[in-house]
Design a protein around this ligand. Sequence first.
Ligand SMILES: [Zn+2]
Length: 316
Amino acid sequence: MYKVLTNNIKPDYPDVKLQEKKVLNAITVDVEDWFNVSVFKDVFDYRDWDHKESRIIPNICRIISLFNEYNIKGTFFVLGWIAERFPEIVLTIKKYGHEIGSHSYSHKLIYEMSKSSFIDDLERSLSILETITNEKVRFFRAPSYSITKETLWALEILSERGIEYDSSIFPIKHDTYGMKSMPRFPFRLNFTNGNKLVEFPLSTIRLYGKNIPIAGGGYLRLFPFWFIKGGIRKLNIEGKPAIIYFHPWELDPDLPRIDVNLISRYRNYSNLDITEFRLRHLFSEFRFGTIGNVLESYNIQSWPSFEPKDQMAGWN
Ligand SMILES: [Zn+2]
């Protein structure tokens, strides 16, 4: 496989291709079942989740097998509600050498929660994961990227609870999340109480003066594949890592179909049968590792750092 790709190198750009091959990208999985997603938050009552048909175990096994096949380690952000019911999923992820992070307990959007509800939800998820793994949880991803201008306070709370690496901010303009003016690549946050946090924003490329998402979920399924690959290649040529995300249910074309609005149906159900093919292609073409691996492969001290109170105020 590697030989085929090498044969495709354009002779005009050998050094660029070499540079691209050196860069390690992060692959991340938000471990939730198909009915946990925010699209259904007004369709299914949270208390009814236990009565839904779970498809998480076969889907997570499929992902772990896929990662094994390509000898790739990833970062898995596990929903506390899932970990509580299926601790074997967490242990299996750990056994195969992947990183475990929190994806909250209940998948509630942070901007729909009070600070105290967020803290309760976060602490519940950390306690469940840490009891199963017997290790501190250092990674976090907010449900549906719900750390926005209104909820930047959540970052300091994460750092106070021992989270060292967060990947919850999408630097784009979107109807339900995102801050289009924030940095596009990993940066450090230094809080006044001395706590620190590294933020790894989701990958974008600049096009016509705008940040365009390239890397994961619906974008991975719905955008032309040449655009996704070209976007990752562009970042890697610049020496920057991409961060990709997907969900177990996105590899499951047989998902139960729920009647939601047209846009949500399009975002949630389109192209579920091509996710695995696209992941395989990306795994063959680019280098991937965990968030920890990626950030360790750079000198983190050389990334930009911010004193949140002064500098985050301008992000929107
Ligand atoms: Zn999620």
